[in-house]
Design a protein around this ligand. Structure first.
Ligand code: PRP
Ligand code: MN
Ligand code: MG
Length: 179
């Protein structure tokens, strides 16, 4: 797997198995509903693609791209919309799909932004969450794996835009990011 990676944290098989579990819960919870799943670009691309195909419930899919600005650190919590939804979500059942919740600031902003548009319901599904990194408490209905506060890449997650296409989640060797 190359010297840039330290270890595999979650294999493709573990990811697939967890997404199947989450999909079964979502199928049950949204039975008979007209669900809109919203992927947060770019990290959530892999989770969206695989989760959507694991669902039996017919869904529509939309995407948002957001970026933080200001101090330049992604933890500023100040977010701007690079690509908004194409869908009017007023009265809709909406499920935000994320690859990872780190500080929680991106999602916290997104939740307040989307809830102001009057959806019938608004929930979150994330493959990964780092409880030790949380700066804000968020109520997340569907969580795949709680993971340690390590630098993880792969399966959509990047370091400087690299590693997103790895089929597994791995931890980055400290020498790569100067650790
Ligand atoms: C990453 C990740 C989440 C967010 C989590 O996205 O995909 O969207 O950070 O961090 P937080 O909980 O501390 O806000 P990033 O901003 O790196 O953009 P990307 O999805 O395009 O990689
Ligand atoms: Mn992201
Ligand atoms: Mg990123």
């Amino acid at each position: 797997m190359g010297t840039d990676l330290e270890k595999v944290l979650l294999s493709k098989e573990e990811i697939d198995a967890k997404l199947a579990e989450l999909a079964a819960e979502i199928d049950r919870d949204y039975q008979g509903k007209d669900l809109l799943i919203v992927g947060v670009l770019k990290g959530a691309v892999m989770v969206m693609a695989d989760l959507a195909r694991a669902l039996s419930t017919p869904v529509t899919m939309d995407w948002m791209a957001v970026s933080s600005y200001g101090a330049g650190t992604k933890s500023s919590g100040v977010v701007r919309i690079l690509k908004d939804l194409d869908t009017d979500i007023a009265g809709r059942d909406v499920l935000i799909v994320e690859d990872i919740i780190d500080s929680g600031l991106t999602l916290s902003w997104l939740l307040s932004n989307l809830s102001s548009r009057g959806p019938a319901s608004l929930q979150v599904c994330t493959l990964l969450r780092k409880p030790e990194a949380a700066k804000v408490a968020i109520d997340v209905k569907y969580v795949g794996y709680d993971i340690p506060n390590e630098f993880v890449v792969g399966y959509g997650l990047d370091y400087a835009e690299k590693y997103r296409n790895l089929p597994f989640v791995g931890t980055l060797a400290p020498h790569v990011y100067g650790g």
